[in-house]
Design a protein around this ligand. Structure first.
Ligand code: ATP
Ligand code: MG
Length: 247
């Protein structure tokens, strides 16, 4: 929900790390900002084959799929039209289920489908949560982190009570971590409260992670030896081991 906490960085680099482990992975960008696509070198072009057409015109998801530099990673990009989609969707029948229906058409082609949501709890994010089996929550260890987390968990609870009873919380990922007193305190607090719902892997603040998108590359193809890259590879290992999901 919160802006700039590492949602896209996590979506892109977790997806790339899963793909590097030869897990067939699809990354879907439902954020009008289109950052996930551009981080993979696919400019937010304004072609007529994006997640917008899938959500609003009922185009099959497959038609919007692009290949990426990684053999096992495909992408469905956003487009500038998505900016208006929040409002347009409000008028559409079954508006919360559009992405779910699209994803359901993929008949086991992918082992992992990762959806990068925008920083709001509007219809696009709700579509993401309704289509998903689980939610991963990137969290920055700062003063208001727990408050923001409560809002996200409430939204997940609402979606579970209505459109997606099967939705689980896959886990909380601590992102952009730099060890200082406050961050350590917040991390301790979160681990105490959410116990094994917090991934063991912590993503450090690492400048290479913030540079990679401007080169249109996931960190794996930009600087595989960086701490940031190693942490996302580790997160991917944890995700594949936890395959069943939690709570
Ligand atoms: P939005 O809410 O706008 O979609 P977001 O939650 O997707 O934002 P990101 O775009 O992933 O957040 O990250 C915000 C900024 O922080 C970006 O410039 C990104 O490159 C940088 N960043 C993310 N993770 C890290 C990290 N671990 N170390 C250093 N910089 C990072
Ligand atoms: Mg983002």
């Amino acid at each position: 929900q919160k802006g700039g906490v590492g949602k896209t960085t996590t979506a892109v680099n977790l997806a790339a790390s899963l793909a590097a482990a030869e897990r067939r992975t699809l990354l879907i960008d439902v954020d009008p900002q289109g950052n996930a696509g551009s981080a993979l070198g696919i400019r937010r072009d304004d072609s007529d084959k994006s997640i917008y057409e899938v959500l609003l015109d009922g185009m099959p998801l497959k038609e919007a799929v692009r290949k990426t530099e990684l053999k096992f990673l495909d992408l469905v990009p956003a487009s500038k039209h998505l900016v208006g989609a929040e409002l347009e969707l409000a008028e559409v029948e079954g508006r919360e289920y559009r992405l779910k229906h699209a994803v359901d058409q993929l008949a086991g082609e992918y082992e992992y489908v990762i959806i990068d949501c925008p920083p709001s709890l509007g219809l696009l994010t709700v579509n993401g949560l309704v289509a998903a089996r689980g939610a991963m929550i990137p969290l920055q260890c700062e003063y208001y982190a727990l408050e923001g987390l409560a809002d996200v968990l409430k939204t997940i609870e609402l979606v579970r009570a209505s459109a997606n009873p099967e939705l689980v919380v896959d886990g909380i990922v601590l992102t952009m971590f730099s060890p200082n007193n406050l961050a350590n305190q917040v991390a301790d607090e979160i681990r105490k409260t959410f116990a094994d719902q917090v991934f063991d892997t912590v993503i450090p603040r690492n400048v290479r992670l913030s540079e990679a998108p401007s080169h249109g590359k996931p960190i794996l193809l930009y600087d595989v030896t960086s701490k940031g890259c190693q942490s996302y590879l580790e997160l991917a290992r944890e995700v594949t081991q936890r395959a069943g999901g939690l709570a």
